[in-house]
Design a protein around this ligand. Sequence first.
Ligand SMILES: [Zn+2]
Length: 172
Amino acid sequence: MRAAGRRDPASANPPSGPVPGCHFCDRMADPSSVRNRLIYESELFHIRHELEDPGPSYLGALLIQTKRHVSGMAELTDAEGRELGYLIQRTSRALKSCTSAAWTYVYSFTEAYRHVHVFVAARYPDIPKKYVRLAITEWPGAPRGGRAEVEELCRRLRESMAPTASRETPPP
Ligand SMILES: [Zn+2]
């Protein structure tokens, strides 16, 4: 059965402009509100630490988003797809290095806003079974902090993500 020919204009090939009312496009239009929580930025992607308001916030909850409005994983360019995989690996390593995470959770639903974004969260080793998977941030015993603690963790994550003179180079 062939799919109908309807095509979301937002999924057109780049460049695609910002979409009014899209939370993620709004963030790119005014990134000042997340400046101190910026972990990494490239031509294609932006990574920040989440901040609960009011807090405290779960420490180790990162959000990778495309800079352009792109409606789903299938619509990423090849370059975006390669870089996204690389950034998931790099953020996961940074979280293991800067927190006591045993490993990371990686998930994306794109339900509220059809703009590609991926959560990468620290999975702490001693979390009770009832909070594993999608309830990790609800665990009362999770490491949490206010804005200052989040920004301090961001500083360390930025350092950890920064390219070094080693073999770590972004994909072409
Ligand atoms: Zn958007």
